[in-house]
Ligand binder design. Structure first.
Ligand SMILES: [Zn+2]
Length: 305
């Protein structure tokens, strides 16, 4: 199982092309070996690496998609966790999946309904009537003995009652646009430890990847190890820019997973070779990765050198 993914290797900033588009799409094993063996960068230098499995905590890719397979299953890439949509919207403490009005919403994991109703009188978001009709399920599984909650917002209709047990795949409601929503979609949040808006985590780090795809996540840090906020992360497949993400902003309702300390997550990346690129001043730092179906690939960038 000694594969490219599991080899932690450092790449110096200078060893990669200046432009991401010129980055070599297929990073060969020979180059990886060379990088691992020969390239030991000075401490104070920008670098990036794939973390090995034994450096990482257990993944919690537990959540099934909240829709049947014929519907849209992937979160909107334009408004991920921690985003304000370029300043247009309220800071996003969850993910959105767009589907037509009244599309059945399915429980993403087994648990007990701890809230079913609207949020006119009980506050779940930054103000009343924010999520409209919502359902909160406390999962049967815990993480580090802490309770895990999944919140489903903007429902047109709620089909469960508080105290009811649900299995993954059970219909809990239907897509709507109640509360503050532009068009019908489902808003999903993961809250761990406490069921309040200060305890959200990035749901993309909890979703079981779609068939043939994996999840890519990581940290973009300064050389001193502090998180870099609002940095853009580019993912290329071959010569094609496949996904653009951003590191979390410094906001008290946006949290890194306590165990993973990630500050970006890119879910549903097709399995195969890819390249991550982060800008470091006038340069690009690029890191070849291999995405594996059903798995989480975790990386770390250190920039500012
Ligand atoms: Zn949302």
């Amino acid at each position: 199982m000694l594969t490219l993914l599991l080899v932690a290797f450092w790449l110096t900033a200078g060893s990669t092309p200046a432009l991401a588009r010129e980055a070599e799409p297929n990073f060969s094993q020979r180059q990886a070996n060379t990088a691992a063996r020969d390239v030991g960068p000075p401490a104070a230098q920008s670098r990036a690496r794939v973390l090995a499995a034994d450096e990482l905590p257990a993944a919690h890719l537990w959540l099934a998609r909240p829709f049947a397979p014929q519907y849209q299953l992937a979160p909107a890439v334009t408004f991920p966790y921690g985003s304000t949509g370029g300043g247009r919207y309220v800071l996003h403490t969850g993910i959105d999946i767009g589907n037509p009005m009244s599309t059945p919403v399915l429980a993403m994991a087994e648990g007990v309904v701890v809230y079913a109703g609207d949020d006119r009188l009980r506050l779940f978001g930054p103000k009343p009537s924010f999520y409209g009709n919502l359902v909160v399920v406390q999962l049967t599984r815990t993480v580090d003995r802490l309770p895990v909650y999944v919140l489903y917002g903007h429902l047109d209709e709620v089909r469960v009652m508080t105290g009811q047990r649900v299995d993954a795949g059970d219909m809990i409601g239907a897509v709507g646009m109640t509360g503050i929503a532009i068009g019908p979609h489902l808003h999903v949040e993961v809250r761990v430890g406490r069921m309040d808006r200060w305890h959200t985590l990035n749901p993309e780090l909890w979703l079981a990847p779609l068939p043939g795809a994996g999840t890519v996540a990581g940290r973009v840090l300064t050389l001193d190890g502090a998180p870099v906020t609002d940095a853009t992360v580019y993912l290329y497949r071959g010569d094609a820019l496949w996904r653009i993400g951003a590191t979390y902003p410094a906001e008290e309702t946006i949290n890194s997973d306590p165990a993973w300390q990630e500050n970006f997550v890119l879910s549903d990346i097709p399995a195969g070779n890819a390249q991550l690129v982060v800008r470091d001043g006038a340069r690009n730092i690029s890191l070849p990765i291999r995405v594996r179906a059903g798995e989480l690939t975790f990386v770390e960038f250190r920039i500012g050198g």
